[in-house]
Design a binder for this molecule. Structure first.
Ligand SMILES: *Cc1c(COP(=O)(O)O)cnc(C)c1O
Length: 842
């Protein structure tokens, strides 16, 4: 196929470096080259923030003119030099990271939110993946990300005159996106093939350069594909399970094949959510073919270096596929390979751990990822607990506290979210390169005066109001002729008024309507003469989410009340561009999800760097971040168990939200001294910026992944040679043979002082006692926290082959509180993930 369509335009020789600059998405966060794009084509740059489009739309005459303009040439050369320096600069990874990741990390995700000009995302998951990649680039981490190039992506939103959400799917012309065809060493466009029923699906590969990292994107819109197949990479998150399976095959199988084709052998494979779980199967199968082993050995060898990050809080959030669909679609792929559909389904259902055959069951993609991974993690401390609970059923007889789900709290890519004003202030306080290395705790905002901080806040708010007015006048407000046009367009938004922002997916659990629970009370806050409130809202409802759409209608109706108009505005088509403006300018960011649905929440982290404050449910990241000095929490201090047990607290949460606004937020904001400075408010801002910006940055998050996961996992992976993996598999089947005959007897306790000594006899049926751990477990009670105490082997029991006496001492608790259990002991494995075999006395 010809590449003619993707041959770049002609360019004066002296400006040819612009191609490289325009194709490095570093311009989404590093604004050094902004003035070049502005000079080339102001309209296109301001309208799209797409440097590649600017380069392709600017006229030849303009290029000639700028090529001859010495001042443009100077700025151009400066940027080229800066880019060269950036590409070759030392980084945290090259200088300070204690370890080596070899060929690096392969990162898989269904969506990527890198820029509004590359609309391959729907929301939080994608934005997180984008922020991860940008921070990986800052830190110099060798990451190759894999995703799909959607021709339409997620829908674009408008709101009709009667408040109805309208959904549009404009076509993303790939030549206009800041990506380029991925070419091999011979200059050929790289393609991979995934077998589908009766046909092969050809995938074209693209490359998005994200600073030092590459994002490889596959798309199926090759004219030689069947017409239907050309649309596989069309929309993101369609409701149709068949299309979804097709997408997950293309991403997982195609993605891994692409890496192989490029001879990339990553040290670690990181799955961001379970959509891409088939990559792990393809990985194991290709390992198997290379090493001529059986599948179980391949699975054991490869899984040690697979990390699965889950973002789901409820089991119903997982993708499931019925057996019939799998039979149809996966058969051609597995045809000549050593894995049947039934075995695959077993890996994605409880069968994998229990050994029960699960023919006819559904394949759960998260479970498949879990059973193919060496480590798993949730995305906040509370979400770890939620994950342990939802994965518990797949670890029979294991209490949820033992479920091996770790956590890494999400973070945001600070340089992508700071405003020009806050950038200047941080630079003054902490230096230029502050976000590219671990942020020093010793760079507080104390050096910045209240006056300067307040000026920053006012400028940011003012810019937001300007932006909102421009946005609003291009929305449908003029179609509301009954009322005052200015009010209808939100033109009454005020520069000095406390501005509350709420923007996220409009779905019931996020409770975008919590403030509407008491409209009279809300009206009083909005209408206050000397201490008014104004609210900015944005968010899409999923096309099938009728409740979410209903909430949009209700807000639209409310915002049109004559006494509200111009004080509450709804911005259409929430995307990265809108988010970027909102999080710079709002004073308070509101988040009030219903527990336990929100895994972490990240939008509130984006206001931190800019001195915005959070008013949020004590949930997700805020449960880790909040203290009274940095912001406000609804139901502060609630424990996971309390949150879980009270499901319906909408009314009381709304009450608390209003109380906080009336008693703390609004008075603090308007409580200014003689110079007009709200000292208390600024104290909070300073505390929030100082204490939270760095810990909730993607920089911290990525380093945590490296240090706690990638490096130890890569080390463990090196130990899993084909021989070692085979040994593990053989020992496991031997253990399973003996296991049904293992038993406890003679469980006894003696007491002295405040402690108890327990002894128990165990029969191991010939298994080496070194391979077994005996533990004494007490659940949390009024007598103390949950404890798991190792029992030490005392001696073999005389007169009884394969029997041993175990013993340990523990603080006294009533009878029945301590129970012994037997499990596998094996330093080579991640337990109980890789071997959940367990036996309890009762
Ligand atoms: C940050 C962001 C999100 C995620 O926000 P949550 O608070 O986690 O819901 C979604 N969409 C966009 C455009 C964002 O920038």
């Amino acid at each position: 196929m010809t590449l003619a369509a993707y041959t770049p335009r002609s360019m004066p020789e002296s400006l040819s470096g612009l191609f490289q600059l325009a194709l490095d998405l570093r311009w989404t966060w590093h604004h050094g080259s902004d003035e070049l794009w502005l000079a080339l084509d102001q309209d296109t740059w301001e309208g799209t923030r797409n440097a590649w489009l600017v380069l392709n739309s600017v006229s030849g005459d303009k290029l000639e003119e700028l090529a001859a303009d010495p001042s443009f040439q100077d700025r151009y050369r400066e940027q080229i030099a800066a880019h060269h320096q950036f590409v070759h600069a030392n980084t945290w990874y090259s200088d300070d990271c204690a370890g080596d990741l070899g060929q690096g990390v392969a990162y898989f995700c269904m969506e990527y939110g890198i820029s509004e000009s590359l609309p391959l995302y729907s929301g939080g998951l994608g934005v997180l993946a984008g922020d991860y990649l940008k921070a990986a680039s800052d830190l110099g981490l060798p990451v190759t990300a894999v995703g799909l190039l959607f021709q339409q992506g997620y829908f674009r939103q408008a709101i009709s005159t009667d408040g109805e959400q309208l959904e549009f799917y404009p076509y993303n012309d790939p030549t206009m996106l800041p990506v380029s065809p991925l070419r091999d060493d011979d200059g050929q466009w790289v393609r991979v093939v995934v077998p589908f029923p009766g046909r092969n699906v050809r995938l074209r590969a693209w490359k998005a350069q994200v600073g030092k990292c590459e994002l490889l994107l596959l798309d199926s819109n090759d004219p030689r594909n069947e017409p239907g197949d050309r649309g596989i990479t069309s929309e993101l998150y369609t409701g149709d399970p068949e299309k979804r399976l097709q997408q997950e095959m293309v991403l997982g199988i195609g993605g891994w094949r692409l890496l192989r084709q490029l001879a990339i052998h990553p040290s670690v494979c990181h799955l961001n959510e379970g959509h891409c779980a088939l990559a792990l199967i393809e990985r194991a199968l290709s390992w198997q073919e290379e090493h001529q082993t059986d599948f179980q050995t391949a699975r054991t060898a490869t899984r040690a270096t697979n990390l699965f990050t889950t973002h789901t809080s409820v089991a119903s959030g997982f993708d499931h596929f019925p057996g019939t669909l799998l039979q149809l679609y996966l058969s051609p792929w597995l045809a000549a390979r050593d894995l049947t559909i039934a075995q695959l389904v077993n890996l994605g259902s409880e069968g994998a751990n229990t050994g029960v055959n699960c023919d006819g069951q559904r394949l759960n993609m998260a479970l498949l990822a879990l059973n193919m991974s060496g480590r798993i993690n949730g995305v906040s401390r509370l979400h770890q607990k939620a994950s342990q609970r939802i994965f518990q059923p797949f670890f029979p007889r294991w209490p949820s506290a033992d479920i091996p789900a770790d956590f890494v709290t999400n973070g945001v890519h600070t340089p992508s979210w700071d405003s020009p004003e806050s950038d200047a202030i941080w630079t003054r306080a902490c230096g230029k390169d502050r976000w590219r290395r671990p942020l020093q705790v010793s760079c507080p905002m104390e050096a910045v005066s209240d006056e300067d901080l307040w000026e920053m806040r006012r400028l940011q708010r003012s810019r937001l109001i300007g932006y909102l007015r421009r946005r609003l006048s291009s929305q449908h407000c003029e179609q509301n002729p009954a009322n005052d046009h200015a009010a209808a367009c939100g033109l009454l938004l005020d520069h000095e008024t406390l501005t509350l922002g709420f923007a996220r997916r409009f779905t019931e659990y996020k409770r975008p309507d919590l403030l509407l629970q008491d409209q009279a009370r809300l009206l009083r806050l909005l209408a206050s003469r000397d201490r008014p409130l104004q609210i900015v809202l944005a968010g899409k409802a999923h096309p099938y989410d009728h409740r979410g759409k209903e909430i949009i209608r209700r807000w639209k109706a409310f915002s049109r009340r004559p006494d509200v108009e111009g004080k509450v505005v709804f911005i259409e088509d929430y995307d990265l561009g809108v988010a970027n403006q909102l999080i710079q300018g709002v004073d308070v960011w509101l988040n009030c999800p219903r527990h336990p649905w929100e895994a972490c929440g990240t939008s509130g982290m984006k206001v931190l760097v800019n001195g915005g404050l959070n008013l949020s449910q004590y949930d997700g990241w805020w449960a880790e971040a909040w203290n009274p000095g940095v912001g406000w929490a609804i139901r502060p201090g609630a424990t996971f168990e309390e949150l879980r047990s009270s499901s319906d607290h909408d009314a009381s949460d709304a009450g608390e939200l209003f109380d906080l606004l009336e008693r703390e937020v609004i008075p603090d904001f308007y409580n200014v001294d003689q110079e007009g400075i709200p000292r208390q408010w600024l104290q909070k801002i300073r505390a929030s910026m100082d204490q939270l910006t760095a810990p909730f940055s993607a920089n911290r998050m990525v380093r945590e992944y490296v240090e706690r996961f990638y490096l130890p996992m890569a080390e463990q992976g090196k130990q899993r040679t084909p021989e070692a993996a085979q040994g593990i598999v053989e020992e496991h089947s031997e253990l399973i043979r003996h296991w049904p005959r293992l038993r406890f007897s003679a469980f006894n306790v003696s007491e002295s002082g405040g402690s108890q000594t327990y002894t128990v006899e165990v029969y191991l049926d010939g298994i080496d006692e070194q391979r077994i751990a005996v533990e004494l477990v007490a659940e949390r009670s009024e007598y103390g926290p949950r404890t798991v105490t190792a029992m030490a082997m005392q001696h073999p029991l005389a007169g009884s082959a394969h029997s041993y006496l175990y013993q340990c001492s523990v603080p006294t608790r009533p009878e029945g509180h301590y129970t012994p259990r037997l499990r596998v002991r094996d330093g080579r494995l991640n337990l109980p993930l890789e071997n959940p075999t367990v036996l309890w006395l009762k």
